[in-house]
Design a protein around this ligand. Structure first.
Ligand code: G3P
Ligand code: CA
Length: 319
């Protein structure tokens, strides 16, 4: 058996440690599946502050200290992966004022990347077009980005901040074609099987398909099956889910979400990431994060990553 030299062991240990959230490095008492601090996943970027799924929102999340950023993905008419939650463009962009409807609407799949690049964002909820004290560094921070542009941003921010940043894409509509494009882009970008990539989908067939494809390609991204209901996941049999996924993503307000569900998932070998922490008021948000973190939730999808990080720091001090 090959024994790594001390210097190589040191490098490997440093590489592994650098991915751990700061609070996890000196503690091992979190009730998460691996005993490490829960991940803070910036849901659609720091989407409570800046337009969702923009390079500006992703960068702000990273600057705040989020562990991962979460792009939802769709395919354009010309087969490019772009970050967008909805299958249509008109809620979050000015598409409806710029283009006539196609096939009864403004579906991402009916527009080319060149057309989509011209759209301006319409901030939703508490998000605004700018965030006090933050200047985005990307060339076009408030446009619909491609997955490749997101990867380039992360790579640059990783180099600047000397820390890895997780990428947590969700395969929205697009089926096997989207899955195939996604794996090709990630592997071409140099992601192989690291802890830094999680791929999520609400569709069981998509997750299974991703598992088969990445096995065939020698890739090992963590796959996460989403479901609005912990009870529905229990009905699917968590042990069976663990055969093709490493974790589940569950609605924190859905039926069956409880400490015991998280414990059952851990026992089946699955991590549990909860969505969506969208409370903007710190006095209400912090107890909510702390409740789920205290139950052992392994990651939180948050629109306000700064609040999630505050809650994690408070919980960490209580360990
Ligand atoms: O992916 C977790 C969460 O984002 C699922 O909800 O609708 O915001 O994609 P949605
Ligand atoms: Ca999502």
């Amino acid at each position: 058996m090959h024994t790594p030299s001390p210097s190589r062991r040191t490098v490997m240990a440093l590489a592994a440690a650098s991915w751990l959230p700061v609070q996890a490095r000196s503690r091992a008492a979190w009730p998460t599946r691996d005993g490490q601090a829960p991940l803070v996943i910036a849901h659609r970027g720091a989407s409570g502050y800046l337009p969702e799924h923009t390079l500006a929102a992703y960068e702000l999340a990273v600057r705040m200290g989020a562990d991962c950023i979460e792009p939802d993905l769709h395919l354009t008419r010309d087969g490019q992966l772009v970050a967008m939650h909805d299958a249509t463009l008109d809620r979050t962009t000015d598409a409806a004022t710029r283009f006539p409807a196609r096939n009864g609407g403004w579906h991402v799949a009916d527009f080319s990347l060149e057309e989509i690049r011209t759209l301006a964002m319409r901030p939703q909820g508490t998000a605004r077009l700018a965030h006090a004290g933050f200047k985005p560094s990307a060339a076009q921070p408030l446009r619909v980005p491609t997955l490749e542009e997101i990867v380039l941003l992360l790579r640059r921010l990783e180099a600047e901040g000397a820390r890895p940043i997780g990428l947590y894409p969700e395969a929205k509509q697009g089926g096997p074609r989207l899955a195939s494009h996604l794996l090709n882009v990630l592997s071409a970008a140099g992601y192989v099987g690291s802890d830094k990539v999680f791929i999520q989908s609400f569709d069981v067939d998509t997750v299974r398909n991703l598992k088969r494809r990445q096995d065939a390609m020698g890739l090992a991204y963590r796959l996460v099956l989403l479901n609005g209901s912990a009870n529905r996941l229990l009905a699917m049999d968590l042990a069976r889910v663990a055969g093709f996924a490493s974790g589940v993503g569950v609605n924190i307000r859905g039926d069956g979400m409880s400490r015991s569900f998280i414990e059952m998932a851990h026992a089946a070998g699955l991590t549990v990431h909860g969505y969506t922490f969208n409370e903007a008021r710190p006095a209400a948000a912090l107890p909510e994060y702390r409740k789920f973190m205290g139950w052992g939730m392994d990651g939180v999808f948050s629109n306000y990553p700064d609040l999630a990080l505050q809650a994690r720091a408070v919980e960490s001090r209580l360990l």
